[in-house]
Ligand binder design. Structure first.
Ligand code: ADP
Ligand code: MG
Length: 451
């Protein structure tokens, strides 16, 4: 039996002993690297697979292998680059954009808790920009219900909120296995609630949340304008909170900046610990890139790493996207990309910020942030809810695009250039005295450049 045949036969049997999801997750892209003197080395694509196979599946793999070949005395796992010809056949016909090594490890969310084991504290990198949020999350995970309750984390798109929230859940699952944890994206809570009302049977929905020991609710900015859902959340909150159970929220903005939300709910959001995640600094971005590259066992040239990390500043998800593309390229070519190659391949992802903002994007981002229609911002209205976003949009057109005042005025329903000047000056001044406004504008900018 060749090594290949031996491994195929082993895989065929393992399939009967573990779930399909686990099989696909942990055994994909594995093969026998060498077999010598009874010692078998199995190549796995990354450290996660290695750990899982060693700790969880080694026994069964070993048993099956021994049944097929008595001479085997030891099995070990190593993270190795796949053999070139193998790699080629696997990647042939694949687009570079398609899932590469980082995403190859597909984890499945647990049905009862909704948690995805891929998000842990161990693989969450902490730097000055997320230190407070990470520390609060760790504390809440260590003593659910007593430290920081509720915990409210906020920050722009792709900066690690979901990762941290899920890490809390996964850690509690491990440390306090008796606790019932429910992770839920706000949209799912809202749609679940709506369909429960529709079927005139809200009780099972309520039970699901009201009996939890830990509720983790992601992206609560989606509760804006959803009055009935807000009310339901408010009741769930009180019930859970009064029993001393833990609640964790995330949002893309601070509680104060969520529009159209009931005051009593807002004050609940603010009632415990509120921590923000800002944009990551160069060093942390580099650490994240290095860690993710290492998971795949592929090398990234120093100057290429520096290029990516310098260009992709605002969004860790994009950083991963750039790295994925690079790694796919490297595997395909079986070589380490040069700076020139990296530039060519990442051009479409990496753009200088000023090139990627447009008047349309700015207006869209502002409208979205304040949950208004674009035409509302443009409308002729002196209502405070409209005036402020409009002034901010004008300010951003000036700051980010260096647009002329007449241009800005025209863009907003043919207003006079003095209106534009007034708006820009007013916002520039207010930013200096209001940290809150400055925060809002940072978050809006993040949207402009990550969209
Ligand atoms: P958000 O929920 O804030 O939009 P996510 O939590 O989905 O962002 O993060 C986007 C991606 O970046 C995820 O794949 C996540 O694992 C990764 N990520 C974010 N922050 C970190 C970090 N500090 N260390 C490692 N990976 C991170
Ligand atoms: Mg998220």
């Amino acid at each position: 039996m060749t090594n290949e045949e031996l491994w195929q036969a082993t895989l065929a049997q393992i399939q009967f002993s573990i779930s399909r999801a686990n099989f696909a997750t942990w055994l994909k892209n594995t093969y026998i690297l060498s077999k010598k003197d009874g010692g078998l080395i199995i190549s796995v694509p990354n450290n996660f697979s290695k750990e899982w196979l060693e700790n969880k599946y080694n026994k069964i793999i070993f048993k099956i292998l021994r049944e097929l070949d008595e001479g085997i005395r030891e099995v070990s796992y190593t993270v190795a680059r796949a053999a070139p010809d193998r790699q080629k056949s696997k990647l042939q016909g694949r687009q570079l954009e398609q899932p590469s090594e980082l995403e190859a490890v597909k984890y499945k969310a647990d049905k009862a808790t909704n948690l995805n084991p891929k998000y842990t504290f161990e693989n969450f990198i902490v730097g000055p920009f997320n230190e407070l949020a990470a520390a609060a999350a760790t504390a809440a995970a260590k003593s659910p219900g007593s430290a920081y309750n509720p915990l409210f984390l906020y920050g722009g798109v792709g900066l690690g909120k979901t990762h941290l929230l899920q890490a809390i859940g996964n850690s509690i699952t491990k440390e306090f296995p008796q606790m019932k944890i429910r992770y839920v994206p706000s949209e799912r809570f809202i749609s679940g609630f709506i369909s429960a009302i529709g079927s005139k049977n809200v009780e099972p929905f309520r039970q699901m949340y009201r009996t939890a020991d830990v509720i983790i609710m992601d992206d609560v900015q989606f509760f804006t304008k959803k009055e009935k859902s807000q009310e339901e959340l408010f009741h769930v909150f009180n019930l859970i909170y009064e029993q001393g159970k833990q609640i964790i929220f995330s949002s893309d903005r601070p509680p104060k900046a969520i529009p159209d939300i009931e005051e009593r709910l807002r004050s609940r959001f603010e009632g415990g610990m509120v921590a923000d995640i800002s944009a990551p600094d160069y060093e942390t971005r580099m650490a994240i890139l290095k860690a993710k590259a290492q998971e795949t066992g592929l090398e990234v040239a120093d100057e290429v790493a520096d290029y990516i990390v310098s260009e992709v500043q605002r969004n860790i998800r994009e950083l991963e996207g750039a790295l994925n593309r690079l790694l796919a390229f490297q595997r395909l070519n079986n070589s380490t990309a040069t700076l020139g190659e990296a530039r060519g391949m990442l051009r479409s992802i990496i753009q200088a910020p000023n090139r990627s903002a447009t008047p349309k994007k700015i207006i869209q981002a502002v409208a979205e942030f304040y949950d208004m229609a674009e035409k509302e911002i443009m409308a002729i209205s002196r209502k405070k809810e409209v005036v402020k976003p409009r002034q901010i949009a004008m300010y951003l057109l000036r700051e980010e695009l260096k647009s002329s005042y007449p241009f800005i005025g025209k863009r907003f329903n043919g207003k006079d250039h003095t209106t534009a000047i007034y708006a820009c000056e007013k916002i520039s001044k207010e930013i200096l005295s209001s940290e809150f406004l400055a925060d809002e504008i940072t978050l809006i900018k993040q949207r402009i450049y990550s969209g």
